[in-house]
Ligand binder design. Sequence first.
Ligand SMILES: [Zn+2]
Length: 445
Amino acid sequence: MSGALTQVGATARRTVGERAGSPVSGARRAALITALVLGVALVVVIAVRTPWTVLPEPPGGYTPLDPTAGLSAAEVDRAESFAALLRPTSLVSLALSLAVAAVLGLTRLGSRIVRAVAAPFGGGWVWQVLLGVLALAVIGRLVTLPLAAYAEVVRHRYGLSTRGWGLWLRDVAVSTGINAGLTAFGLLVLVWLARRATRTWWAWAALGAAALVVVGSFLWPVVIEPAFNRFDSMPAGELRSDLLELAERNGTPVQDVLVSDASRRTTALNAYVSGFGSTRRIVVYDTVLDRLPDDQIESIVAHELGHVAAADVLTGTLMGALGAAAGVAALGWLLTFGPLRRRAGAGSPGDPRIVPLVLLLMAIGTLASTPLQNLVSRHIEARADVHALDLTSDPDAFVAMQRGLATTNLSDPDPPAAWQWFFGSHPTTAERVALAQDWERLDRP
Ligand SMILES: [Zn+2]
């Protein structure tokens, strides 16, 4: 079909589409209503499931925040000067990747790249989607690579990174490859659906996105994590028995606590829980075992057991699935607008040249939802902190552990409020120390 005929077809559909009662306006309304209903459902789930208050107010009121969190002036200075170098770098990198995504998604440049990379393979739509996503992901990565390298230089200078440049490059390549591969798969399914079910594709795609979030979260520990780290069972000994006993007391017995070889990359201290059901695991960085005394390691693991007890990974996964479905329905609504598609040079959602526009809308959606995700996360983390205090009854070890983490990880104990509101996934160290003091004053059993 010639370009002119496609254009006439698109124009005719648009004219019809804007008349009430036509198939396009019906599909547009259905997608919008679905997006709104799923969005409201997400807000309700968040409102009901987020632990907004984790501790009652102690007699005499909550402990006022000490912005130093008890760190020395030198320690606070060091963390602040580190942040003063990295925060602008992150913001510039974010702005740059959005600007590049906007240029690619809102001009014909992106669709030209999509067609060009697929041309040597015959130019079919499958190649356009797969290689197009790959090419755009590589472009996005290369644009911000100098900033990422600079951030790594800063982390080296402050002794936080132990990673050589070979491993850094390998990490960048592997994470870009995994991201691009997953995105390419998702968009391939999306375009395929849009070609098969021109009016209801977004509904199937929304279901698929929700399923992908659930399956992805389940498989993450066994498929993605091993691409970066090795995991060994914590060596037998008193600490290991104590931790397994702690899990038993928590009512969530675990077979094992895993230790990751994080020290290949960093001196940072951390632990986390990932997966759910049969893939659930508690992982402690080897740096924690090397650097912290046993009572503080128990405090860290007790926090992770708090996540296990409250099934936080599953809750987060279900919220993510609902959010993804709402986002895809909103995408379905936005892509009914001909002028928007034509900016990107795509005739319909089933046209592979839609890829750069979809990537831009995904980037905007992800960024816009970040403060909400972090708001929920901070409350879930605070609940796990209270759980750790309840389980260990050792606020001194908890506070010492929080200070140790802040000092070693160079976390600003009291970052600017706007930064914390947007990017803070955990309460600040100042807040976590104050929480432990509230817990002590409440004299919980
Ligand atoms: Zn946590």
